[in-house]
Design a binder for this molecule. Structure first.
Ligand SMILES: Nc1nc2c(ncn2[C@@H]2O[C@H](COP(=O)(O)OP(=O)(O)OP(=O)(O)O)[C@@H](O)[C@H]2O)c(=O)[nH]1
Ligand SMILES: [Mg+2]
Length: 168
C-alpha cells in the first residue's frame, strides 16, 4: 500500500527547517544561512518495507502571519527550534492554536536542531517534560532517520513500517 502525507514545518527563523529538508531530500548540508522569504513545497518519496511513502512538506518562513494561507489540509505539523535557545511555551501555544484551527486535531512533533554544536544550554533544553522532543543534527544527520521512522509510523498507524533507506 502506498501512502501520502502533507506535513507543515514551522519554527522561528534559523530553527533549521530548510536544513532538515535538505538533509532528508538531498542528503546535504549547507552552513551558510539563506533567509527564506518564500514558502516552499518540497516532496520526497521513500521506499519502506510496506510500500512507498510520499511526504509533501510545506517549508514555511519564520513569521506566522505570512504563512497562514498554507496552514490548512495538513496531516501533521512539526515545530522546529534551535537547541541554542529554549522552546518557548508561548510560541508553541500560539502555533498549535493557529494550526489546529485550520487542520483539526493533527499530530504535532517537536524537533530540536543543532545538537552537533557544543553549548551550555543543551542539557537544560533537553529537560523538558512537557513535550517529547526529537533531537537532531542536520549537519551530521544524527537523529534524523530515527525521527523520520517515528513520524512515518505515527502517520501510517503502523508500528512495523520502516524506511528502507540507508542514505540518511
Ligand atoms: N551546526 C548546525 N547548523 C545547523 C543545523 N541546522 C541548521 N543549521 C544552520 O542554521 C542556519 C539556519 O538554518 P535554516 O535551515 O536555514 O533555518 P530555517 O528554519 O529554514 O530559517 P528560515 O527559513 O529563515 O525560517 C543555517 O546557517 C544552517 O546551516 C544543525 O543541525 N547543525
Ligand atoms: Mg528556511
Amino acid at each position: 500500500m502506498d501512502y501520502r502525507f502533507k506535513i507543515l514545518l514551522v519554527g522561528e527563523n534559523h530553527s533549521g527547517k530548510s536544513s532538515f529538508l535538505r538533509r532528508i531530500i538531498k542528503n546535504k548540508f549547507k552552513l551558510n544561512y539563506n533567509n527564506d522569504d518564500k514558502i516552499k513545497i518540497k516532496k520526497v518519496t521513500y521506499l519502506t518495507n510496506k510500500g512507498y511513502v510520499t511526504l509533501e512538506f510545506t517549508d514555511t518562513i519564520g513569521e506566522l502571519r505570512k504563512n497562514e494561507e498554507y496552514y490548512s489540509s495538513n496531516d501533521s505539523c512539526i515545530i522546529f527550534y534551535n537547541t541554542l535557545y529554549k522552546l518557548k511555551d508561548n510560541y508553541v501555544k500560539k502555533t498549535k492554536e493557529s494550526v489546529r484551527a485550520r487542520n483539526g486535531n493533527i499530530p504535532f512533533f517537536f524537533v530540536g536542531t543543532c545538537i552537533d554544536l557544543e553549548h551550555k544550554n543543551l542539557f537544560n533544553s533537553m529537560i523538558n517534560t512537557k513535550y517529547t522532543i526529537f533531537y537532531i543534527s542536520s549537519k551530521s544527520g544524527d537523529g534524523v532517520l530515527y525521527f523520520l521512522n517515528y513520524l512515518i509510523k505515527t502517520l501510517t498507524n503502523d508500528t512495523e513500517i520502516m524506511l528502507n533507506t540507508r542514505n540518511i
